[in-house]
Ligand binder design. Structure first.
Ligand SMILES: NC(=O)c1ccc[n+]([C@@H]2O[C@H](COP(=O)([O-])OP(=O)(O)OC[C@H]3O[C@@H](n4cnc5c(N)ncnc54)[C@H](OP(=O)(O)O)[C@@H]3O)[C@@H](O)[C@H]2O)c1
Length: 272
C-alpha cells in the first residue's frame, strides 16, 4: 500500500511517517517545497503521477491565534488546499484521511462531542478546518475525517514544551476553564493506522479521559518531579487573540491510551 503524506515535516507528520513504514506501508513524504497544496495544478500533477492508494492530509495552517488576523491565509491552506487534495484523491480513487480538530466545536456541550454532532466553530482556525472537512466530504467519497485535540509531539511547538519552558518563572498562570483531551502524536499515528481498517466516515481520536489545561500542566511537572508555582486562572484573565472552546472533549474515541500514560512515555523519550 502506497501512502502519500502531506505536511510530513510537521509535528504529526514526523511521527506518523516512520510509524507507517514500520507498519509496512510505502510512504511518500511531502512538505511545502515538494507539494504546496495551494498550488492546484502542481498538486494535481504530483498526486496523479505518484498514484498513492491512500493520502493522509496533515498539512494545515495551524497557528490558531494568527488565523484571527490572517483568515485568508488560513482559508487558502485549510479550505482551498484541502479541496485541491480531495479532488486529486477522487481522480485516482485514493482514500483520503483528513486530520481535523476539536476546535470545530463551540464548547458549549457538557458531555463529550460525538462524530455525529454538528460543528459550530468559534474561531477562524476552527472555521477553516470545518470548511476543509466539508470540502473533503464534497469532493471525495472515500474519506476518513479524523478529529483530534491538544496534540503534542517531539517535533513541534506544543503546550507541553511551552509549559516546561516556563519552569523557572516565579509563577506560571494556566487556564483552568478549558477542558480537553491531550494527545501524543505517536498515539494518534497508531490510531490513524487502525482507522484505515474501518469504514469511511468521521472519527474522533484523542487521549482517553479529559483534563483542564491547569491539571494537564500540573501533571507534566509532577511527572518530571519539578516543583513550580502553578496558578490557575480563567481564560478571561489569560487573553489570547482566538477564543477557545471551554469544553472540547471528543467522545466515541478510537484507540488512544489514557492521556497521562501517554504523557509519561513522551516525557521519558524527551531530550532536554
Ligand atoms: N497541534 C494541535 O494541537 C492540533 C490539534 C488538533 C488537530 N490538529 C491538526 O493536525 C494536523 C497536524 O498538525 P501539526 O500539529 O502537526 O501541525 P504543524 O506542525 O503546523 O504541521 C503542519 C504542516 O503543514 C505544512 N503546510 C502549511 N501550509 C502548507 C502548504 N500550503 N502546502 C503544504 N504543506 C503546508 C507546514 O509546513 P510549514 O511549517 O513549512 O508551513 C507544516 O509542516 C493539522 O491538520 C492540524 O490542523 C492539530
Amino acid at each position: 500500500m502506497r501512502v502519500l503524506v502531506t505536511g510530513a515535516n510537521g509535528m504529526l507528520g514526523q511521527d506518523l511517517c516512520p510509524i507507517l513504514e514500520d507498519n509496512g506501508y510505502e510512504v511518500i513524504e511531502t512538505n511545502k517545497n515538494i507539494l504546496n497544496i495551494t498550488d492546484s495544478k502542481a498538486t494535481e500533477i504530483f498526486i496523479l503521477e505518484k498514484r498513492p492508494n491512500i493520502i493522509i492530509h496533515c498539512a494545515a495552517y495551524t497557528n490558531v491565534d494568527l488565523a484571527e488576523s490572517n483568515y485568508s491565509d488560513a482559508y487558502a491552506v485549510n479550505v482551498t488546499g484541502s479541496e485541491i487534495v480531495a479532488k486529486a484523491a477522487k481522480q485516482i480513487e485514493a482514500s483520503l484521511v483528513y486530520i481535523s480538530t476539536d476546535y470545530v466545536f463551540d464548547g458549549t456541550k457538557n458531555s463529550p462531542y460525538l462524530p455525529s454532532d454538528i460543528p459550530k466553530p468559534i474561531n477562524n482556525y476552527g472555521k477553516t478546518k470545518y470548511l476543509g472537512e466539508e470540502a473533503v466530504r464534497k469532493y471525495c467519497k472515500k474519506y476518513y475525517i479524523v478529529r483530534t485535540s491538544w496534540l503534542y509531539g517531539h517535533h513541534g511547538n506544543n503546550f507541553v514544551e511551552k509549559i516546561i519552558s516556563l519552569k523557572d518563572k516565579e509563577k506560571i498562570l494556566v487556564v483552568n476553564d478549558e477542558i480537553g483531551c491531550p494527545t501524543w502524536t505517536v498515539d494518534l499515528s497508531n490510531a490513524i493506522i487502525d482507522i484505515l481498517n474501518e469504514p469511511y466516515g468521521i472519527y474522533h481520536a484523542c487521549g482517553n479521559n479529559s483534563t483542564s489545561r491547569y491539571d494537564f500542566a500540573k501533571e507534566i511537572f509532577k511527572q518530571l518531579g519539578i516543583k513550580v508555582n502553578l496558578v490557575p486562572c480563567s481564560s478571561k484573565e489569560f487573553k489570547l487573540p482566538a477564543k477557545r472552546p471551554k469544553f472540547s472533549v471528543l467522545g466515541d474515541n478510537k484507540s488512544c491510551r489514557n492521556w497521562d500514560k501517554a504523557l509519561k512515555d513522551y516525557l521519558n523519550l524527551r531530550i532536554d
